[in-house]
Design a protein. Structure first.
Lengths: 340, 769
């Protein structure tokens, strides 16, 4: 069995902080407790760490890739907000971990010909701050909505992409921005794939590869991220809409999150509404177009059921109809706010 | 104890010359353990440790209904590190246990009746090993169709030898032919709330040299847990001891015996201490939930809005085992009309067995579900008659001397009208329109999708009532001992401090009676005489009463020699700040001097007046006392998305007497917030009997942002003469009334019927405007 941990201060120490009398007086078993005994009642965890676990803490992206290549069974971990939940519930038992928290090169961002190169290790908390919000407002809004403070302090942009949960709040924003991922591979190799390709499974990460950076265009125009949740406090999205304006190309780009395994792009609705906007006149639009856009987006993302054999169109279940109404309201509000 | 003592000393030293610390009844005495709890050093059951302990894991059924063909534990036993595996074959004593009725197997032997039922348990030298070994127990199931719709339970094959009907109460009161000019009807559904204690279940079992076992548990009813455990272990109760550890949250019977019993069995079998800490998932699977309820109502009223008759059918889904469903049904049927005068009532109530997870005591059980329904009916009546919702309620409210549908006369104070007027007349919260728009907290929260143009505000009311203490003839007794030595008093009472503030109250009572400021409350174990379960305001009443009596006996012992010496009665002497003085000031001495090195002990019991079970027509004096509350809810609803934010809840409550203002406010705030959860988000979904999302992401509890502004508008202090100190239970009744008030407010904002709790977003959407 695993060797015991740091020199044990003994169970007597434990019991000083207990208001029951020391239970250690019953010496009915002789073997030492597994996992070692740590000081203080608060130090006791339900899930004692596995003593044999290997943790690597590389300082650069290439070292991290090398560590992953050297030990293919190792799992990279950044914020750990998803990974550790799986470990704690017993669904995942990583043989080794490669911690990405010390790679300073991916914890900030830099500018590159009209784009921002965001490090995958940027936390939601960092992205939520005003200086970042001035650059990419929708991503900042999504980061602020991404959970309670302790999750936002730990969770990262790269982790949000790698987990690819349907409710990942950054994902619709990245889809609407048509972001590109820069993947670090063995031997210093770098390749680029569009974020939608990874989310849709068109291209996958290969063994030893890590998401290094996310390249996002700087559009210098209003962007909106709206999210409907079940409660007022932080919660998983029932539906979310990210909408960005691209005034240089006179385009509107919109992505709907949480209602499908990956963010959905209503391309026809985007093109249709972009022509209705008077780009030269303060981006004016008739209010009816907002409503129509919302419904266009909702119908594109949540289509009617296919007609039955007798030609009748079956009704969608009430919960799905409500979801469609929610998406329509979010898309309408998002466009309205972006153009106001 | 060391913690509490240390905290008390530091606090005393920190403020040496400042104002004296609050003491006695009516003062806001802080809890002795609050500092340790805030700093995270307070030890809960999950923090306990014993040298050489083993870790337990429980194998639970993945199916809601299945026949067990075989259980093969050989692979699990052979795993390195595994010390014992127990199944139904290893239960030496009674194979069945249960709170209300012993109908639940310790381990399923032939049939599993709900998702999460225990089948086997493993002790190993590492928690991971234990879990893996539990997963390696091979169980062959023959999966059966689950009965998950309580309406089908009547017709279904019996799920249990005891049958599917757990209790039926056909309450008949008054004239069945009475009819009103106005009739309103409704069908209501209440979801399944989980008590979701902040700390999941945990425990430590330590074998004793005499062949018995000690269980370190966060139990709220240690003696009953001990008796049941002893019966299952085949031991005399004296050889099983339950030691109560820190309780991390209890709004219900928090403990799941389905893991206490395996823990003890494993400790007895291995001879080693065994620890188990449940994961959040196991916690959801293991403990009991609030009864999902289906209610059908018909209210008859005259043209003035006075109620003439109420007809109702109430169906409680008890889940797979009876637990306390019979008691919940009694409360549901008795309070089916609410705190209103109803001359004629015909209420049929059933609690039925299904393959859903078992339901049990969660505070306000029975009363909460009916409150949501009868208040919805009052709203319908108001709409139909064109009267203000508050007004139609006011025309019907109950007062002292009125008769409940059970035939019991309300003898305690029942200031319902006063409560309702207080919340109605309280100024409404301002609209945020003068504040900058980005500071508005709209439905959906900050960074949410809320849009001011789509938000409608609504105001609604809820009047709730609960009974205090056990009902229908339950023996509600508690015993307490008070000891005084060297000017320090100690209280020994097996009433468990669950965070409800009993230890603080006990200290206040002793301070008040004996004039001694330094009072300690000893930790609880079953070597002390029983004090019963901590629910329905029991401990304030019976344990508080017992502490007061014991303290008074000590006082008499202390003062008798002095009084005798000076030839006066003990009533003429008083104790303040550790000094004894006579009424005329002639005598002045200190408690320490009067004690003269002696130790004074006294033990007393408190037993309220007896009650009787409801008879075949649901009639009987079943309740010791009643508590009431009125809540006005103000909500904002985004009528396009259906998101709801509770802006403010104004509470007026009948409390009898305020014993500790801070603690009282905290209890009301906690209860109201639990009610917000029932109203809006908390619903443990079990499609086909399987619990979906047993975690705190899928099961959304209210957060700080969901908690509304809670305004305690009025606390009516009309003392209940039969209760010690005249105080009433305060925790449960806000839970009962707040969901009804919120639903009523959403109804007012949207015009939608809102007949289901929690309120789904699609039920709060206004379409086609």
């Amino acid at each position: 069995m695993p060797p015991s941990g740091p020199p044990s201060s003994g169970p007597a120490k434990m019991c000083q902080s207990c208001h029951v009398r020391p239970v250690g007086t019953y010496r009915t078993a002789t073997q030492a407790g597994p996992g070692g005994q740590r000081e203080g009642a608060a130090g006791l965890t339900t899930h004692a760490p596995q003593a044999a676990q290997a943790v690597t803490l590389p300082a650069t992206l290439d070292e991290a890739v090398a560590a992953l290549t050297a030990m293919p069974a190792a799992v990279p971990v950044a914020g750990g907000t998803d990974l550790m939940t799986a470990v704690n519930s017993g669904q995942l038992r990583p043989a080794a971990l490669v911690g990405l928290g010390r790679i300073s090169e991916i914890r900030g961002w830099q500018y590159q010909d009209g784009h921002a190169l965001l490090g995958a290790g940027l936390t939601h908390a960092r992205m939520g701050r005003p200086d970042f919000a001035a650059l990419i407002p929708a991503l900042a809004a999504a980061s602020r909505a991404a959970g309670p403070p302790h999750i936002r302090n730990a969770g990262t942009l790269g982790g949000n992409i790698a987990t690819a949960a349907p409710t990942g709040d950054a994902l619709p924003v990245l889809a609407a921005l048509e972001a590109t991922l820069i993947i670090a591979g063995p031997g210093g190799a770098r390749r680029e794939i569009p974020v939608s390709h990874l989310l849709a499974g068109v291209e996958l990460l290969r063994a030893g590869e890590l998401i290094g950076y996310v390249r996002v265009p700087l559009l210098h125009a209003p962007q909106v991220f709206l999210k409907a949740t079940g409660r007022t406090g932080p919660g998983r999205a029932v539906a979310s809409v990210a909408l960005v304006l691209d005034p240089a190309r006179r385009g509107v780009r919109c992505a709907v999150g949480a209602i499908a395994p990956m963010p959905l792009r209503p391309l026809e609705a985007e093109q249709w509404v972009a022509q209705l906007i008077d780009w030269d006149n303060n981006r004016a639009i008739v209010p009816e177009a907002l409503t129509a856009f919302g419904e266009y987006v909702a119908a594109a993302c949540i289509p009617d059921a296919p007609p039955a054999e007798d030609g009748s169109v079956p009704q969608l279940p009430p919960a799905v109809l409500h979801l469609r109404r929610t998406v329509a309201a979010l898309a309408r509000r998002a466009l309205g706010r972006a153009l106001s | 104890m060391s913690n509490e003592a240390a905290t008390a000393t530091t606090t005393a030293e920190a403020v040496p010359a400042a104002e004296p610390l609050p003491h006695g009844l009516g003062a806001s005495l802080p809890a002795a353990d609050s500092r340790a709890k805030t700093e995270g050093t307070f030890p809960y059951a999950a923090d306990l440790w014993a040298e050489g302990l083993l870790w337990a894991a429980v194998l639970r059924s993945p199916h809601p209904h299945a026949r067990i063909v075989s259980i093969d534990t050989s692979h699990a036993r052979e795993m390195p590190g595994v010390r014992a595996v127990v199944t139904h074959e290893d239960v030496p004593g009674s194979p069945l246990h249960g709170r209300g009725k012993a109908d639940r197997p310790v381990f399923a032997s032939d049939v599993v009746r709900h998702h999460g039922e225990s089948i086997a348990a493993v002790a190993a030298d590492h928690p991971d090993t234990a879990r893996m070994a539990a997963a390696a127990v091979i169980v062959e199931y023959e999966v059966l169709d689950p009965v998950t719709d309580p309406e089908q339970a009547f017709e279904a094959e019996p799920l249990h030898p005891d049958g599917n009907l757990i209790r039926h109460i056909p309450l008949r009161h008054g004239d069945p032919d009475a009819a009103g000019e106005v009739v309103v009807e409704g069908l209501y559904r209440i979801g399944r709330q989980d008590p979701a204690p902040i700390g999941a279940e945990a425990g430590l079992a330590v074998p004793r040299p005499d062949g018995g076992v000690e269980l370190y548990l966060a139990s709220t009813d240690p003696h009953t847990d001990r008796d049941r455990a002893a019966a299952c272990f085949g031991l005399e109760p004296e050889r099983v001891k339950v030691v109560v550890t820190g309780v991390p949250g209890a709004t219900a019977d928090r403990e799941d015996q389905g893991f206490q019993l395996p823990l003890g069995l494993l400790a007895l079998k291995t001879g080693c201490p065994v620890k188990l800490t449940a994961t959040r998932e196991e916690s959801f699977l293991g403990h009991t939930h609030r009864h999902p309820t289906l209610l059908r109502y018909r209210h008859h009223a005259d043209a003035e809005g006075k109620l003439v008759k109420v007809e109702a059918q109430i169906l409680l889904d008890a889940g797979a085992y009876a637990d306390t469903s019979a008691q919940a049904l009694a409360a549901a049927v008795a309070f089916a009309c609410g705190p209103y005068v109803v001359p004629n009532a015909f209420i049929e109530g059933w609690a039925v067995r299904t393959n859903n997870p078992p339901s049990g005591h969660v505070r306000g059980e029975g009363a909460m579900q009916v409150c949501a329904a009868y208040e919805a009916q009052m709203d319908k009546l108001a709409k139909k008659l064109g009267i203000e919702p508050a007004e139609v309620r006011l025309r019907n409210v109950m007062a002292t001397g009125d008769v409940l549908p059970t035939g019991q006369t309300v003898t305690c104070p029942a200031p319902v009208a006063e409560l309702l007027q207080a919340v109605r007349d309280f100024p409404l919260p301002k609209l945020p329109k003068d504040a900058p728009e980005d500071e508005w907290l709209l439905p959906g929260g900050p960074e949410g999708a809320g849009e001011p143009g789509a938000v409608r505000r609504g105001v609604g009311y809820g009047l709730g009532m609960v009974h205090m203490l056990g009902a229908e003839g339950a023996d509600e007794v508690s015993t307490a001992t008070v000891k005084v030595q060297d000017g320090v008093a100690t209280v020994l009472c097996a009433a468990v401090e669950t965070g409800q503030g009993f230890t603080t109250l006990a200290r206040q009572i002793v301070q008040e009676t004996l004039g001694i400021d330094e009072v300690h409350v000893a930790p609880v174990d079953t070597d002390q005489p029983p004090a019963g379960a901590g629910c329905r305001g029991r401990h304030t009443w019976v344990s508080g009463g017992a502490v007061e009596r014991a303290a008074k006996m000590v006082r008499t012992q202390l003062l008798q020699p002095l009084a005798h010496k000076f030839g006066m009665s003990t009533e003429l002497l008083q104790i303040t700040d550790g000094k004894i003085t006579s009424y005329d000031g002639v005598l002045s001495t200190t408690v320490t001097e009067a004690l003269d090195g002696k130790e004074l002990w006294a033990t007393a019991q408190c037993r309220p007046h007896p009650t009787e079970p409801l008879d075949g027509a649901g009639q009987g004096d079943a309740f010791v006392g009643l508590a009431f509350c009125a809540i006005r809810a103000v909500v904002d609803v985004d009528i396009e998305i259906g998101s709801v934010r509770v802006v403010e809840l104004a509470v007026a409550q009948d409390v009898g007497r305020v014993l500790n203002p801070t603690q009282l406010a905290a209890r009301i705030e906690a209860g109201v917030t639990q009610g917000v959860g029932i109203a809006l988000t908390e619903n443990l979904r079990t499609p086909r009997g399987v619990i979906r999302h047993p975690d705190l992401t899928g099961y959304a509890l209210p957060t700080a942002l969901d908690a509304p502004d809670i305004r305690i508008v009025k606390l009516v202090e009309e003392r209940d003469v039969v209760a010690p100190f005249g105080a009433k239970a305060v925790s449960a009744v806000p839970v009962v009334a707040s969901p009804a008030a919120i639903a009523s407010a959403v109804r007012a904002a949207t015009g939608r019927p809102v007949n289901r709790l929690p309120i789904r977003p699609q039920a709060a959407v206004v379409t086609g405007q």
